[in-house]
Design a protein around this ligand. Sequence first.
Ligand code: 13P
Length: 249
Amino acid sequence: MRTPVIAGNWKLFKTSGEASELIKGLIPLVKDTTGVEIVVAPVFTVLDRVAQLTSGSAIKLSAQDCFWEEEGAFTGEISPKMLRDAGCSHVIIGHSERRQYFGETDETVNKKTKAAIAAGLTAIVCIGETLKEREDGIMNDVLMRQVSKGLEGLASFSNVIVAYEPVWAIGTGKTASDGQAQDAHKFIRQVIMDKFGNATAESTRILYGGSVKPENVKGLMEQPDIDGALVGGASLKADSFAAIVNFGK
Ligand code: 13P
């Protein structure tokens, strides 16, 4: 059984006051939710504040990125150990926006994932094709490369979650259809099986991301290989994120 995960990626939004308001609104709306792992990923500067507010609730805390070194002369970076110290249990790695704007590669994703796991964090590793790659018919090659290189040589998969986010569906309002998403997830699980074995493929959660909303979450979650959602825009309001978290109700 793979416990579903609903994770909110707040991206570059929410000052501390706004983050507090969001979390205070969210907590009562999900307090009776069971059987779903709930994660929120605020900006670094409000992690501590959100950690205080979520303590005692079922909401888990994620960062949106980390560096692979534990400490040193690396101005501007944050290490997995420091994220643990700030109250995080999860970290998003290799989001397509980081690949697109900040030079992340499968190699940096691999280093960061290894470092995150070694520090005891759960890594939410993002993959996904661009529209051009899909139209050029190389989507499966891209996904295979991102999975094999990004997750190569990990000590364990128990703290790894994969997030499939087709770049063309992020922030565009264009969700992959249930069938398109299921096909990609099934392919990703097959790649994990071929590279890392049957047990790993069966137990690894694969989340879908890209314009997930209360209106489309149910259909996506009914697909056999979709184990949750990584939500951007709709995670910025308590009621819409709670409605996604409570997709089964
Ligand atoms: P949207 O839900 O805003 O499309 O963002 C998806 C995403 O990038 C989550 O990481």
